[in-house]
Design a protein around this ligand. Sequence first.
Ligand SMILES: Cc1cc2nc3c(=O)[nH]c(=O)nc-3n(C[C@H](O)[C@H](O)[C@H](O)COP(=O)(O)OP(=O)(O)OC[C@H]3O[C@@H](n4cnc5c(N)ncnc54)[C@H](O)[C@@H]3O)c2cc1C
Length: 415
Amino acid sequence: MANSDTEVAIIGGGAAGIAAGRRLRQAAVSCLVIEARARLGGRAWTVNESGFALDLGCGWLHSADRNPWVKVAEAQGRDVDKTPPPWSRTSLPVGFPIADQQEFSQAQHAFYERLEAAARNDDDGSASAALEPNGRWNNLITAIGTYITGAELERVSIRDFDNYADTGVNWRVVEGYGATIAAYGDELSVMLDSPVLQIDHRGKRLKIETAKGVINADQAIVTLPTSIIAEKEFLFAPALPEKTEAARNLPLGLNDKLFLSLEGAEEFDKDSRIVGRTDRAGTAIYHMRPFGRPLIEVYFGGALAAELESGGDGAFFDFAASELGALLGSAFTRRTKLLQIHRWGADPFARGSYSYALPGMADCRATLAAPVDGRLFFAGEACSRHDFSTAHGGWFTGVAAAEQVIAERRRQRTA
Ligand SMILES: Cc1cc2nc3c(=O)[nH]c(=O)nc-3n(C[C@H](O)[C@H](O)[C@H](O)COP(=O)(O)OP(=O)(O)OC[C@H]3O[C@@H](n4cnc5c(N)ncnc54)[C@H](O)[C@@H]3O)c2cc1C
């Protein structure tokens, strides 16, 4: 084992854990990132395929004008692409005439207005309550909702949905968002391939049991996905039932991205978009020629993604081929090949894509984030009240937890 003793153990080496580690290092607090996977980054993951950097997890620097990862990418000498995202522009009219797109856009705007008004009520109900009864565009609004939250609107807290804050500025990193985040962890002390089995906080020091042995630490920052905290009943000794329950009330929704190669891609505008179907919630969205590359990036969310995951990688390709074939002709699919897909629901160290709150449970984010006994601190996208489900939310919570650790250490020294 590389290291058996540290001041602060950071459990999980994703966006939150890396940001926390960098902040502690800056404050000269020794820390060790303990990561289950063989790589840093977690749900931020860039793979290189056919000469392109493909983000299988986060790809968009949401709220880019206040997103700290932008500065990191620039400092690393990366190319930040500022092309407005396809969802902020008109989609290709195939299967979705421009007049319908305008009508949909108005219906979606009205949905958000009702949602915002309803979220102010005492009763934190389901986001589907903001749908217009029998509204023509309800299925497509629900489909878009599954890309945003990873779950169908009826499963999602209306207040949590409304709490999400976004400046509407969305950029990308040509070399990969995942690569940027992982590289930011390069200077940290890290133990890879070391799943944490238990955090024992009974003694004077914490004992963190990993697959590679025990690490003793003064304090720990836990950045595990809520799915992992929820499923590991014995993660904490003694148990922390309020954390387990908060994590269960903030499950990870599902979003999977499929990358296809495309022959004759120039036929489509760079960074354009096709909506698979407008009349059902279980549909995919097709981002044509991302960065101008000869590719299609396909988004699947919620129940559809879960159903396809159980059919294996080929099920995603078959679904996309059938939707695209119906819109562009059956010969079209012969121009495409499956390049990459990652099933985040089946990933043992993620078990989903990003967190949403169940109806009535918006306040669980604060419960999850609250420190315990000045020794256990919590971070990760699910702990963020306004930037949950994102990599910059991971950053903000990681830095906030590191600040709490620094303040607590200072308090103990002067006590
Ligand atoms: C398909 C997809 C698309 C997305 N798109 C975007 C986007 O465009 N923009 C955006 O901002 N966000 C997006 N996200 C969300 C974003 O990737 C996450 O919110 C963010 O990366 C979460 O960071 P985190 O540090 O909170 O969690 P994680 O990245 O999950 O980090 C937690 C770490 O803990 C590790 N771990 C798990 N179990 C253990 C254990 N027992 N012991 C030790 N370590 C363990 C994990 O391996 C992981 O590295 C997307 C996610 C997915 C899956």
